[in-house]
Design a protein around this ligand. Sequence first.
Ligand code: IYR
Length: 221
Amino acid sequence: MEKYHHIPLEYRKPSAQEILDNSTNLFNDLNKRRSVREFSNEPVDKQIIENIIKAASTAPSGANKQPWHFCAVSSQELKDKIRKAAEEEEKLNYSKRMNEEWLEDLAPLGTDWQKPFLSIAPWLIIMTKKVYDIDENQERSQNYYVNESVGIACGFLLSAIHQAGLVSLTHTPSPMNFLTKLLGRPENEKAYMLIPIGYPAKDTTVPDIKRKELEKISSFY
Ligand code: IYR
């Protein structure tokens, strides 16, 4: 295989002060990101969702395979179907699949099997991971570090949603295979994350949870 043609890196070196200010401001802004479970049904332009997906797709990936797909759903009919199927799985999760400790950990969040946000939020993005690739001739090829790559892209997506001025939720109904079925995705794709996107409902509240202190989450050597 031939090497990629190389091009100059687009990079402007900011001053140390600018970098300090940028990093402080970015932290302060990201620190305001919260998972939201109550959405307004106010529509969001498709172009905004396209930009957010494009931002997520700039994530690095193993061997640049970009092993992800973003299914953006605004169809009310499909959102309702997704909600119904997710709630069926969640009913089983909450009533028998999750153990005592898990239920106790979730109790303070007050979540339950009901997922009205799935039919209320104007958009749902379902991210899938491509466990392997299939080309036009049905030939299979490998992807690498798929979970890591898709996880990074998902982080970029959440950050893009927040920085655009919208809110989201990382929702993981499990098992998630109903999603790839409802969306008619090919067999090499597995559902990775379901992310409702939109504006928060009026007067939405979020739990008063705290992030761990820097000292608890880092060690400097
Ligand atoms: N997927 C379920 C349960 C759930 C699990 C975790 I871990 C959470 O942080 C929140 C919820 C649900 O969406 O209700």
